[in-house]
Design a protein around this ligand. Structure first.
Ligand code: ATP
Length: 140
């Protein structure tokens, strides 16, 4: 069966590397679905979820932006930061969210506000990805 080679890397580490069936990525211009045979493409990513399907498994990652390249059934993601769902520390993301909200409420200078808003987006994506996994694992 045709497949895609997916590599998700950051400046620090290889976060994910495997042959997969499909990838849905948070493109800056909207969600981007990639299947084998996809045309060559280079695009930027925004903070969001990266959903990977491999057989019956769905692997979710939180990414905070970066670049994506598709070429010859290889998907390369150079992410600013990326975590697999099971790696996400929920308490840390919650603390980051609260800190960002506090900074936004304090109405500081514009540069601080932009940073706080970016931190808020990162924390929200992490919480969403981590909580979905936790809910998926809960006994029915
Ligand atoms: P914090 O304020 O908690 O550091 P942040 O959004 O400022 O959050 P980043 O600068 O985006 O953090 O990431 C720094 C490093 O920490 C990256 O390697 C990232 O993957 C990791 N990281 C950040 N938050 C979490 C988390 N909640 N769980 C696991 N790893 C995290």
């Amino acid at each position: 069966m045709p497949s895609l080679q997916l590599d998700v890397v950051t400046a620090e580490r290889v976060v994910y590397s495997d042959a997969v069936d499909s990838v849905v990525a948070p493109g800056t211009l909207g969600e981007l679905g990639i299947l084998p045979g996809h045309a060559a493409l280079v695009t930027t990513l925004q903070p969001g979820e990266l959903r990977v399907r491999k057989g019956t498994d769905e692997i979710d990652l939180a990414i905070s932006g970066g670049f994506l390249e598709v070429r010859h059934d290889r998907v390369l993601i150079l992410a600013d930061t990326a975590e697999r769902a099971e790696e996400i520390d929920i308490e840390r993301a919650q603390a980051a969210q609260e800190r960002a909200l506090r900074l936004i409420q304090e109405r500081r200078e514009r540069a601080d506000l932009i940073q706080a808003e970016a931190a808020l987006r990162r924390s929200r994506v992490r919480l969403k990805v981590a909580r979905r996994r936790r809910e998926g694992m809960a006994p029915s």
